[in-house]
Design a protein around this ligand. Structure first.
Ligand code: FES
Ligand code: FES
Length: 78
């Protein structure tokens, strides 16, 4: 597997507390938009990102965004 699969053609809107997160880059996780370990053996890996203060985010679930882990609207053309 060298390309991610599309988990959903829409972002996940969440309010995240400060901390470190692992965004699913492969699309296989059942815990979208976060990694649940399902990427093992695919050659793909999650993207770690950090939130400094509580904020609302829109995380990409189509896995095609150019601004990963955030949605940049790319899903609209899929
Ligand atoms: Fe997709 Fe880990 S399950 S990157
Ligand atoms: Fe992937 Fe919007 S959900 S770019």
């Amino acid at each position: 597997m060298d390309k991610p699969i599309i988990a959903k053609k829409e972002p996940a809107g969440l309010t995240l507390e400060p901390g470190k997160y692992f965004w699913c880059a492969c699309g296989l996780s059942k815990a979208q938009p976060f990694c649940d370990g399902s990427h093992k053996g695919t050659g793909l890996a999650p993207m770690k990102f950090e939130i400094a203060e509580t904020q609302e985010v829109w995380l990409c679930q189509c896995k095609q965004s150019c601004a990963k882990p955030y949605c940049d609207g790319t899903h609209e053309g899929l």
